[in-house]
Design a protein. Structure first.
Length: 566
C-alpha cells in the first residue's frame, strides 16, 4: 500500500534470521569469554604459585637480592654490547686468546693437516709418538700436578697397556662378538656397587667419566618424575659447590637449577634452605662426597632424611672421593655416612679412573634399584635398521678401556686401595696441619672447612691468593685456582703424596715473597692486595669482579676453539 511503513520482505527475513541466531551467537561469545577467563586464571595461578615458591625458598630479602643481582648482570651485559665498549672488549679478548694460542699451538712444530700420500712405516710413527710424548709439559711424573694422574706407576701402566692390546677392537655394543668385555664390564659395576654397600636389587652402568655419570643420574631422575608424577617443568636443587656437570645436565635436559649456599665455616650445603626450595616440580636433590672445589663432604645423612621424607631421589656425587671415601674408616681416618646404607640415597656416581687408578675414560653410575637404571636407557623399537638399545649416551664404546679398568681393579685389590687411602689422605692431612701450624703460613693462609678426603683448599684474608697461585706455577706446580671465595686447592694423588713436603716448603717460600711484595706496596702507599699480572690473577681476579661473565664465556669459547687448531 502506498505510504506503508512495513519493512521490505528481504530485510525482514534477515532481521528474523539474526533474531533466531542470537542465542547461538550469545552462547559462542559466552564460551569464548569463559575460555579467555580460564586461560587468564591459569596464567595468574601459575605465576602466583611460582612467586610463592620463590618467597618460601629464598625469603623476601633473598628474593630481592636475587632480583638485584639478575638485573645488575643484565644491565652490565647491555653495557658490554654498547658499540664503543664492544669493540674494546673484542680487542682485549683477541689479545688474550693470542697469548693462549702461543702457549697451546707452538708454531715451530711440524703440522700434519692432510692424510699422508703413503702410509708411514711403523718405526716412523713410533718416532713421532716419542716426540709428541716428550713435548714440554707440567711434570706430573714428579707429583707437581693437582689431580689429573692419580697413580702413574710403571707396573700398573704396563698392565693396562697389555689389556688395551688384547681388546683394541672390542666394542660392548656387540656383546655376542666380545663376550669377555661384557663380562668385565658387568663385574666392574658389581665390584663398585659392593664397595658402596648397595642393597640387593641395586644396579649400575659404566660411563666415559664423571660428567656422563652425573648426566645419566639427572636424566634418570627427570624421566622418573615425568613418567611417575607427570612433571613437565623439572627442577633440581644442588649445592653451589656441586660439580659443574650438574649445570651441564640442566642445560642439556632442560631442568631448572636451584643453587643453595654452602656457608662458612663448614662449607657444607645448608639443608634447611634445600628443604625450603622443594616444590611439586622438584625431581632431584644433590650432595657431594666430597665436592671438587673445597674437598668438603656435604651432610649426606641430613639430605637423606629430607629426601626420604619428601619421597625424592637423592644423588651423591662421589666421583672425586671414588675409591678413597669407602676406605676412610678402615684406614683410621674420620668419615661421615654417605652411601647406600642411608635410606634416602638413590644414586651415586663414582669415577674408577680417579682413585680407582683405572685409565682415563672410566666411571660408573649406581642406582638403588634396577628400575631407576632403566630410566636412563634409550630404546628404539621401530628403527629401520632394527631394534636399537643402548644403556647411556654412547652407542659404540671402547672395550679396551673397560679391559684396562677391570685389570686395574683386579691388580690393586682391597689391600692396595686401603694402602693408597692411608698414603694419599695422610699426605693431605699433613699439608692441612702444616698450613694451620707453620709460622710462615698460619697467619696468612686459612684452610676452608674440614676436609676429610684428598683435597685441601685454602684462601687468604691478608694476601692476594691468586698471586700465591701464580708464584707456585713459577716453581713448576700446577694447582687449581678457585673462585667464590678466591682460593687454591690441591687434589692429592700418589705422585703428589710423595712430594708433599716439597709442596709445603715451596708454599711457605711463595707466601713470604707475596707478603714482602705487599709490604712494599703498602710502604709506597699503593694499598694492600694489589693487582698482579700472573695468569691466575688475570683470569680469576678479573672474572670475580664482573657482574656479567660474558667476557669469560668468550675467552673460554675461544680456548675451546684453540684445542682443535692443528
Amino acid at each position: 500500500m502506498p505510504g506503508s511503513s512495513r519493512m521490505p520482505i528481504s530485510l525482514r527475513e534477515s532481521f528474523n534470521s539474526v533474531k533466531r541466531r542470537r542465542p547461538a551467537l550469545s552462547l559462542q561469545m559466552l564460551n569464548l569469554d569463559l575460555l579467555r577467563n580460564i586461560i587468564f586464571f591459569l596464567f595468574v595461578l601459575r605465576w602466583t604459585r611460582r612467586t610463592i615458591w620463590k618467597l618460601r625458598g629464598r625469603g623476601l630479602i633473598g628474593t630481592v637480592v636475587e632480583a638485584y643481582v639478575t638485573s645488575r648482570r643484565v644491565l652490565y651485559g647491555w653495557f658490554l654490547r654498547a658499540p664503543g665498549v664492544r669493540t674494546q672488549v673484542r680487542k682485549q679478548v683477541g689479545e688474550a686468546l693470542g697469548k693462549m694460542e702461543t702457549k697451546l699451538v707452538p708454531q715451530a712444530s711440524t703440522r700434519y693437516l692432510t692424510l699422508p700420500k703413503e702410509g708411514w712405516a711403523g718405526d716412523a710413527v713410533r718416532a713421532e709418538l716419542e716426540q709428541l710424548a716428550a713435548m714440554d709439559h707440567t711434570r706430573w711424573e714428579d707429583g707437581f700436578v693437582s689431580g689429573a694422574v692419580y697413580h702413574g706407576e710403571d707396573g700398573l701402566m704396563r698392565l693396562q697397556t697389555e689389556a688395551f692390546g688384547k681388546f683394541t677392537v672390542a666394542n660392548p655394543i656387540h656383546p655376542d662378538v666380545f663376550p669377555g668385555v661384557r663380562k668385565m664390564e658387568a663385574e666392574v659395576v658389581s665390584m663398585v656397587l659392593s664397595l658402596f654397600n648397595a642393597p640387593p636389587g641395586a644396579a649400575g652402568v659404566s660411563t666415559s667419566g664423571g660428567t656422563e655419570s652425573i648426566l645419566m643420574a639427572c636424566l634418570s631422575a627427570r624421566q622418573k618424575a615425568y613418567h611417575e608424577r607427570g612433571v613437565t617443568e623439572p627442577e633440581m636443587i644442588l649445592p653451589e659447590t656441586a660439580h659443574t656437570a650438574f649445570h651441564k645436565a640442566c642445560q642439556y635436559f632442560k631442568i631448572k637449577m636451584h643453587l643453595v649456599e654452602c656457608p662458612a665455616p663448614s662449607h657444607q650445603v645448608d639443608v634447611r634452605r634445600v628443604a625450603r626450595l622443594i616444590n611439586s616440580n622438584t625431581i632431584l636433590l644433590v650432595g657431594s662426597a666430597p665436592n671438587f672445589p673445597h674437598g668438603i663432604m656435604d651432610d649426606i645423612a641430613a639430605l637423606s632424611k629430607l629426601a626420604a621424607r619428601r619421597r625424592l631421589p637423592l644423588h651423591v656425587d662421589c666421583c672425586l672421593g671414588s675409591f678413597l671415601v669407602p676406605f676412610l674408616e678402615r684406614a683410621g681416618f674420620e668419615t661421615q655416612p654417605f652411601d647406600f646404607r642411608l635410606r634416602g640415597v638413590t644414586s651415586i656416581s663414582c669415577d674408577t679412573h680417579k682413585y680407582g687408578f683405572a685409565p682415563k675414560g672410566n666411571s660408573t653410575v649406581l642406582y638403588r634399584t634396577a628400575e631407576l637404571r632403566t630410566y636412563q636407557y634409550f630404546v628404539s623399537p621401530d628403527w629401520a635398521g632394527g631394534v636399537y638399545a643402548s644403556p647411556g649416551l654412547a652407542g659404540s664404546r671402547p672395550g679396551a678401556l673397560i679391559a684396562g679398568c677391570w685389570a686395574s681393579l683386579m691388580s690393586v685389590g682391597e689391600s692396595g686401595y686401603l694402602d693408597a687411602c692411608v698414603t694419599i689422605v695422610g699426605a693431605a692431612k699433613k699439608l692441612a696441619d702444616r698450613i694451620a701450624t707453620s709460622p710462615s703460613l698460619a697467619g696468612e693462609l686459612e684452610v676452608l672447612g674440614r676436609p676429610l678426603v684428598s683435597v685441601v683448599a685454602f684462601t687468604s684474608r691478608t694476601l692476594p691468593v691468586y698471586d700465591v697461585a701464580d708464584g707456585m706455577s713459577e716453581r713448576g706446580w700446577h694447582l687449581n685456582a678457585l673462585q667464590s671465595p678466591p682460593a687454591i686447592h690441591v687434589a692429592f694423588t700418589l705422585p703428589t703424596a710423595k712430594v708433599w713436603e716439597r709442596l709445603a716448603a715451596d708454599l711457605e717460600a711463595v707466601v713470604e715473597q707475596v707478603r714482602e711484595r705487599e709490604r712494599q706496596r703498602a710502604a709506597e702507599g699503593q694499598g694492600a692486595k694489589g693487582a698482579a699480572g700472573g695468569d691466575a690473577a688475570a683470569l680469576y681476579g678479573v672474572a670475580g669482579s664482573l657482574p656479567n661473565k660474558s667476557i669469560v664465556v668468550d675467552l673460554a669459547t675461544g680456548f675451546l676453539d684453540l684445542l682443535y687448531k692443528a
